[in-house]
Design a protein around this ligand. Structure first.
Ligand code: SAM
Length: 271
């Protein structure tokens, strides 16, 4: 067996109780298809297959793909598809359609942490292919994703994800459950794809810009953020239209409040 490559985020889940819990919480049913990113040595793949689930897995490391192909020869191209590719580079829809897999399906994965944000961004872009996404991610990142306004973990990632997913931390996984033991703990997280954003966003790009500016100048009053980025504005009118005091700081605003503020600022920019 080859030495795990830390460059590729290779830490393997060894705790069978946790693997069993992952499969239970993701509520997979016999006969359904699941997409896995980075099957590694197949710890989770094996539990999914044992449950009667069919798996399409994307693994970048050729030596691990060969190892898995040897082990699962009988199921290959029937209940298990192993795709030797960088998940970030594949056309996911094409890969599913080519194999006759009907969407939407679930994603269940212990992902490589060095590319957590690119993976989540890709899942947002392809969210129409999925109904539920279950990921093991770094605990600190999970806490940032579900953070409430006004806390130190709250940030643009929290707000961005909230537009597309309903996110819940299902349970934590101590670092000692992995080999080699990583430097961080993990959380198992559910992302439910929202049918539509929780707010009525007219101009998503403007909203995103405003959120970015607000978190760029952390601890700055909204008034200052607006003045620095848009110049002189009628603050009283913006306050009245949005119902938000511009003496507040951006990091205390909820997504709904950001949307109200974005609308009021935009209306006053036009004049
Ligand atoms: N799922 C396995 C488990 O729980 O034991 C392995 C998880 S390990 C954290 C992440 C896996 O993702 C590794 O096998 C690694 O080779 C693979 N990987 C890393 N970058 C990848 C990429 N860009 N595309 C697909 N797989 C990748």
């Amino acid at each position: 067996m080859k030495k795990p490559r830390s460059r590729l985020g290779q830490v393997f889940l060894k705790d069978r109780n946790i693997l069993d819990k992952i499969v239970r919480y993701s509520n997979v049913q016999e006969g359904e298809w699941v997409l896995e990113i980075g099957p590694g040595r197949g710890a989770l793949t094996e539990f999914l297959l044992f449950k009667g689930v069919n798996v399409i897995a994307f693994e970048i490391d050729p030596s691990l793909v060969s190892e898995l192909k040897r082990r699962y020869g009988l199921l290959l191209n029937d209940r298990l598809f192993l795709v030797e590719e960088d998940f970030l580079k594949v056309d996911v829809e094409k890969e599913l359609v080519e194999r006759g897999i009907q969407v939407p399906i679930k994603v269940v994965s212990n992902i490589p942490y060095y590319i957590t944000t690119p993976i989540i961004t890709k899942l947002i872009e392809t969210k129409n292919l999925f109904n539920e996404i279950f990921l093991t991610i770094q605990k600190e990142v999970a806490e940032r994703i579900v953070a409430k306004p006004g806390t130190s973990q709250y940030g643009s990632l929290t707000l961005y994800l909230k537009m597309f997913f309903d996110v819940e931390i299902l349970f934590n996984i101590p670092r000692t459950c992995f080999r080699p033991i990583p430097k961080v703990d993990s959380s198992f997280v559910r992302f439910r794809v929202r049918e539509k954003p929780p707010i009525d966003v007219k101009d998503t790009r403007f909203l995103e810009r405003l959120i970015r500016f607000s978190f760029g100048g952390r601890r700055k009053k909204i008034k200052t953020v607006l003045r620095n980025n848009f110049g002189k504005l009628p603050f009283d009118e913006i306050e009245e239209a949005s119902g938000i005091s511009l003496d507040r700081r951006g990091e205390t605003l909820s997504l709904e409040e950001f949307e109200r503020l974005a609308r009021a600022v935009k209306n006053n920019l036009k004049r």
